[in-house]
Design a protein around this ligand. Structure first.
Ligand code: AMP
Length: 506
């Protein structure tokens, strides 16, 4: 509708208009169909840091009726290889800096027919092929395989359908924010996760997509972009919000170039959101969602966050808001019976935004989807006005800087060391990151350096424990199950100065 409008900017520099973005998507689609010879439904992975080519590749994939598999660029190549194999990816787009690590494993992936690196000659040929017509898709066809780490430590591919993503996008307009021409979305968090999902409403409105030159989160850069581009919005994990607000306060930055900061993905402390509102004004919206129900369970609106005169304002800003318009949200007891307000239960969600299931994993799908409802694994409680407060996360998920870390995957790596007998990993609450990873170990003849090296060889850097505590035995119940609650209590009591057996790693 608006081919002349700028679509993509690198920092302050306009790079592509919508005509060119559409043309490139159609050319990439044509190439994917002809040279690797892909057919609708085939999986195409992206193992890329945020890049100006990200959106043209995503839309090229969808234009050809294929399924996108975005992989977090911070994952270890072995973790990426697991996802590529699990998804049976036929083609991979890989950033320059990650290409070398992938070359070594590409041979072990028989389904992988081609690897393209944006910026290469091969890639330029893709971009300039004669455009293909759009391949029609049905609403229940899978659009995005979103890999999320399960409690088993192995990531599962959430099948997000076109219907799911369309519903999520509609809810953005009804429950999160409106988008006007000239509005800009800046991608300071990875495209492969929540931040990348919010390109849909911006594309639908013909608005601007800004890739920061740093390719990541840099408060100073964001402030500069807000000043020069204006009407700038972003999705940010609570840790990022905190750092941005601190920067703005310390450097007395004028926040008016920011339009909306959507936060979520992990708990936001009340004090932090209060400070954010007082420093930056009424520019925040919270969302609560999960890969299985992308970005769309509840939202805490700008209006509710601003309603400081409300007698329950403090409780409200500590909540995750009310159910988004196109989903039903309930809390239930163990048998799935809905609970009244005031009682804590498991949060279940029903509606067009709920995933079709996990890719090639019927047991996990059956456990997560019951009687038409998604079991989120989160615990929460509604108040009389419909505001939902999260009480705990089941599954012992650790959320550090907005990234999910499942203890089991870290535990499995640490157990590879011959000197490690038992290990249990938990999250320690911490102001900067929300939580940091802490490992309790029963071990002998082990050094912290060896454990660090082991982690660096097998899992993403951000999953490596920040502290190791060496103890004589792990607390367990009668069934031999480790009592993580007891470890958390011990951690809360623990004083590193007094206990020489438990040296904290710097
Ligand atoms: P993911 O599937 O990686 O998006 O992780 C989803 C999980 O993050 C949810 O099941 C929640 O436990 C947590 N989460 C998401 N949004 C929020 C929020 N606004 N507040 C607290 N926790 C959240």
């Amino acid at each position: 509708m608006f081919p002349e409008r700028t679509a993509i900017m690198l920092g302050e520099e306009p790079l592509l208009d919508y005509r060119e973005l559409g043309r490139r998507a159609a050319s990439i689609a044509a190439s994917l169909k002809s040279d690797p010879g892909l057919s609708p439904g085939d999986r195409v992975a992206l193992f890329m840091s945020n890049d100006v080519a990200y959106l043209e590749i995503l839309y090229g994939i969808w234009w050809a009726g294929l399924v996108a598999v975005p992989i977090n660029a911070k994952l270890h190549p072995k973790e990426a290889a697991y996802i590529l194999e699990n998804a049976d990816a036929a083609c991979l787009f890989c950033s320059d800096d990650l290409a070398a690590s992938i070359e070594t494993i590409a041979d072990t992936l028989p389904a992988l027919r081609r690897v393209f690196t944006p910026g290469s000659e091969d890639y330029a040929r893709l971009q300039h092929a004669a455009p293909a017509p759009l391949t029609p898709r049905a609403p229940d066809d899978v659009a995005w395989l979103f890999y999320t780490s399960g409690t088993t430590g192995f990531p599962k591919g959430v099948m997000q359908t076109h219907r799911n993503l369309l519903t999520m996008t509609s809810c953005y307009f009804t429950d999160v924010d409106d988008v006007a021409p000239g509005d800009a979305m800046v991608y300071a968090a990875p495209f492969s996760h929540g931040a990348g999902m919010y390109h849909f409403p911006y594309l639908l409105r013909g608005a601007l997509h800004v890739i920061p030159e740093s390719r990541g989160f840099d408060p100073e850069e964001l402030c500069r972009l807000s000043k020069s581009i204006g009407q700038l919005s972003l999705f940010a994990a609570p840790t990022m919000v905190r750092r941005l607000v601190e920067h703005i306060e310390t450097h007395a930055v004028d926040p008016t170039g920011f339009k909306t900061i959507i936060y979520g993905g992990g708990p936001m402390y009340t004090e932090d959101i209060r400070k954010a509102l007082s420093v930056m004004g009424n520019r925040f919206v919270q969302i609560y969602g999960q890969g299985e129900c992308p970005m769309t369970i509840t939202a805490l609106s700008r209006e509710h966050l601003a309603d400081t005169a409300h007698p329950r304002w403090l409780e409200r800003i500590a909540s995750v808001g009310i159910a988004q318009s196109m989903v039903e949200v309930v809390t239930t007891d163990d048998r799935g019976v809905a609970l009244p307000p005031g009682e804590i239960g498991e949060i279940r969600v029903r509606g067009d935004v709920v995933m079709a299931g996990y890719w090639n994993h019927p047991e996990a799908s059956a456990a997560a989807l019951q009687d038409g409802w998604l079991r989120t694994g989160d615990l929460g409680c509604f108040d009389d006005d419909g505001f939902l407060t999260l009480h705990d996360r089941s599954k012992d998920l650790i959320i550090s800087g907005g990234a999910n870390i499942y203890p089991r995957e870290v535990e499995e790596v640490l157990l590879r060391h011959p000197g490690v007998h038992e290990v249990s990993v938990i999250g320690k609450p911490e102001a900067e990151w929300g939580e940091v990873v802490v490992a309790f170990m029963v071990a002998d003849q082990v050094t912290v350096a060896e454990l660090d090296a082991l982690c660096l060889a097998h899992i993403a850097r951000f999953k490596r424990p920040k502290h190791y505590h060496f103890i004589d035995a792990l607390p367990k119940n009668n069934y031999g199950k480790v009592l993580k609650t007891a470890l958390r209590e011990e951690l809360a009591r623990y004083n590193p100065q007094q206990d020489l057996r438990t040296p904290e790693k710097s």
